[in-house]
Design a binder for this molecule. Structure first.
Ligand SMILES: Nc1nc2c(ncn2[C@@H]2O[C@H](COP(=O)(O)OP(=O)(O)OP(=O)(O)O)[C@@H](O)[C@H]2O)c(=O)[nH]1
Ligand SMILES: [Mg+2]
Length: 212
């Protein structure tokens, strides 16, 4: 399959992106209409920031200093081509046990049951690397055959060489996971690093290839 043309990808991400729905429970999830890419990761991993950076917006998805800010799954329609889903973060201790369980159930039922889900971008804070809660989600997605791409975030907080070292470790570990896409993308929403690569990856899953 030929990759989408880079000008078309640029236009897609520079064009319209609209909030469609926020789902706080599984019954509120909008019907699957477009190919979908979901942004998943620990609280504070940088999911909302990355969606904003990819689409060139400051405040499409809300960003917060306080982990646990995204409390529902937010769906954004990008140019009628692909749906971007911003998930609440997992693994944050400061919410009540009951609330933690409720989020976990929402995230897990979404990941297991979304027919239109083409790929999950699993975001890992480059300073932390893979943690137990990430491994738990990876195993769940392996079992449910949900294809996921590991994405390091906040690479600007490390020296380039350190970030590459973390990426190599994450890639090596991902090889034992059958549903992990065999690549790791290093990004910084703040500095714009890795965004074109990730845009191309998303477009490749959702845009028709140019006629040959
Ligand atoms: N240095 C740096 N900080 C970042 C970057 N991306 C996000 N952050 C910061 O990390 C914090 C969390 O960012 P969010 O985008 O809200 O993270 P999230 O994963 O959506 O968090 P939840 O919705 O709580 O799960 C904010 O203070 C951001 O400013 C980055 O590329 N570099
Ligand atoms: Mg968020």
């Amino acid at each position: 399959m030929s990759a989408p043309d880079s000008e078309a990808v640029r236009k897609l991400f520079a064009g319209a992106c609209e909030f469609v729905a926020g789902a706080a429970d599984i019954d509120a999830i909008p019907p699957a209409s477009l190919p979908e890419v979901a942004f998943v990761g620990r609280s504070n991993a940088g999911k909302s920031s990355l969606i904003n950076a990819l689409t060139g917006r400051n405040a499409l998805a809300r960003v917060s200093q306080n982990p646990g800010r995204t409390r529902q799954i937010n769906f954004f329609d990008l140019g009628g081509v692909v749906m971007l889903a911003d998930l609440p973060g997992y693994g944050f201790a400061r919410v009540s046990k009951a609330e933690g369980e409720r989020w976990r159930e929402l995230i897990f039922s979404y990941l297991r049951g979304r027919a239109s889900l083409k790929r999950v971008a699993l975001l890992i804070d480059a300073r932390r690397g893979l943690m137990e809660s990430d491994r738990e989600v990876m195993t769940l997605m392996d079992r449910a055959a949900v294809s996921y791409l590991l994405v390091l975030t906040k690479a600007d907080t490390l020296k380039a060489q350190e970030a590459e070292h973390v990426a190599a470790g994450v890639l090596a570990e991902s090889r034992a996971h059958p549903a992990a896409y065999p690549d790791v993308i290093v990004t910084s929403a703040e500095k714009g690093l890795g965004l074109d690569l990730l845009r191309m990856h998303i477009a490749d899953l959702s845009m028709a290839p140019p006629p040959s």
